[in-house]
Design a protein around this ligand. Structure first.
Ligand code: SAH
Length: 232
């Protein structure tokens, strides 16, 4: 397979993610949303309205508000409760909290209008019997944030959450994995094919240069975002 350097063995513990949120080290958050979702929204929606859309490892992604405002029903999952509370606060959305009977310690935070439901728990505790299946997925900062050793488990779960005829927009990143330990982790195209290939059609839509000062500080000399559409 393609060399992913020493990243293969790297593990980021849940506490480390919680600490990032506590200390505000959330360089991955895009206050103005992601231009690739704007650009390829039609590919995700495919002319359909009132979809159920899933945001794995959602953080406080503002794209959840965009899609809800268009009339879709949004479901997210995130370990950091702080992230989820900031999401509702920053968009002035009233919400209710309730326990999730199937998952000990988990909470569901839901807008009072019911169009955005965010699960505060580990994604591996979810199943289609708890959250149902989805017509669309926006996976940005999600597969690339999953520990490399957990990728197969993550993808197997995601596949069980996909409806027939659903679409999955996946953003990965490409850089020299010997120069930065991640996250985000480098996920080669060959691995996307081996992880998802038997279950859907995969098409690469675009590669964009996203190199910035932050990446230079990480010791990199190139950094690309790679967008795929997966059709189930
Ligand atoms: N998708 C978001 C956040 C990306 S950062 C965005 O585009 O802004 C990855 C997020 O996943 C972090 O907020 C982290 O707290 C969360 N996370 C990491 N591992 C997780 C897991 N196993 N289950 C649920 N959330 C997780």
């Amino acid at each position: 397979g393609t060399d992913i350097g020493s990243q293969k063995d790297r593990v980021v513990a849940e506490e480390e993610w919680l600490r990032k949120w506590e200390t505000g080290s959330i360089w991955f958050h895009k206050e103005r949303g992601h231009p690739l979702l704007q650009k390829y929204l039609d590919v995700l929606l495919n002319g359909r309205s009132g979809l159920r859309i899933f945001f794995p490892l959602c953080g406080k992604a503002v794209e959840m508000k965009w899609l809800a405002d268009m009339g879709h029903s949004v479901v997210g999952v995130e370990v950091s409760e702080k992230a989820l509370k900031e999401f509702f606060a920053e968009h002035s959305l009233p919400y209710c909290e309730e326990p999730v009977p199937e998952i000990s310690g988990a909470k569901k935070l839901e807008t009072t209008s019911g169009n955005i439901a965010l699960y505060c728990c580990n994604i591996y505790d979810l199943s289609s019997s708890i959250v149902g299946k989805f017509d669309g997925v926006w996976d940005r900062g999600a597969l690339v944030a999953v520990n490399p050793c957990d990728r197969q488990r993550y993808v197997s779960l995601m596949i069980t959450l996909m409806e027939k005829n659903s679409s999955y927009l996946l953003v990965t990143v490409s850089y020299d994995p010997n120069k930065h330990k991640g996250p985000p982790f480098y996920v080669p195209e060959s691995e996307i094919k081996s992880l998802f290939g038997n279950h859907c059609e995969i098409k690469c839509l675009q590669k964009v240069n996203d190199f910035s000062d932050k990446h230079r500080q990480w010791g990199l000399d190139y950094f690309l975002e790679v967008l795929y559409i997966l059709k189930f």
